[in-house]
Design a protein around this ligand. Structure first.
Ligand SMILES: [Zn+2]
Length: 229
């Protein structure tokens, strides 16, 4: 595949735009052809190009080569990685079947759900200890008050139930739920960074069940990516 390089090309598709202030670079300065095994550089400019300090018209190049356009020392330095990125982006743009990447998305989604459940479980078990302690306190109170004041069991039972419930609610539940919310948000934030459409790179909603994406089969942003063929 070929990428055209110059000051007068569009910066999309298979062309790489050189910034305007490199006035020594031609509008269409050179073409880089990337094949299976070989890369070829071909100059078509008025001021010329240099590969590793040697002026060239057409030459086979490799990754580590120093390629200068327009001037040997002060010209535009061509980054081969940028050229390769252009080709990758172009291939992605014209590809529609993203079913293999969708499997990775599914993993991200499952990881998020598992992590969320773990966090909820952790805080659930955290609140059970104070609950037991307050229940014991409530029972002791029930017996003590029952003994001293000769209270009917119905009213004693009220203490037994109300003391642990209210206390747990006031002292532990609220604090724990704040901490839990923070942890849940952090987990979501971290995994949402990876939960993107593989084609258009726009974020997908990690709170929506993945089954909805599976039913729709395509990107919700309408970029044309197909997740399930
Ligand atoms: Zn998309």
């Amino acid at each position: 595949m070929q990428v055209i390089i110059g000051r007068g090309v569009n910066d999309d598709g298979l062309s790489l735009l050189v910034p305007e202030h490199y006035s020594m670079v031609s509008r269409k300065h050179a073409i880089v052809e990337i094949g299976e095994d070989v890369m070829t550089f071909e100059d078509s400019s008025s001021n010329g190009s240099w590969v590793n300090g040697v002026p060239v018209r057409k030459k086979q190049i490799s990754d580590g080569d120093l390629i200068m356009l327009g001037d040997k020392d002060n010209g535009y330095r061509l980054d081969i990685h940028l050229v390769k990125q252009k080709i990758e982006a172009y291939k992605n743009k014209n590809r529609i079947d993203f079913s293999s990447e969708f499997k990775t998305l599914k993993l991200v989604y499952n990881n998020y759900n598992n992590a969320s459940n773990q966090i909820k479980k952790k805080y659930k078990s955290k609140t059970s200890l104070p609950q037991i302690l307050f229940s014991v306190a409530g029972m002791i109170l029930f017996f003590a008050l029952g003994q001293v004041f000769d209270i009917p069991p119905q009213i004693g039972m009220f203490f037994y139930i109300a003391v642990p419930t209210i206390a747990v609610f006031l002292f532990s539940l609220k604090q724990d739920s704040n901490a839990m919310q923070r942890e849940l948000l952090l987990t979501k934030h971290n995994l949402a960074k990876e939960y993107l459409c593989p084609k258009c790179r726009k974020p997908l909603n990690i709170d929506l069940p993945i089954e909805i994406l599976e039913q729709e089969k395509t990107c919700p942003h309408k970029c044309g990516a197909i997740y399930i063929p």
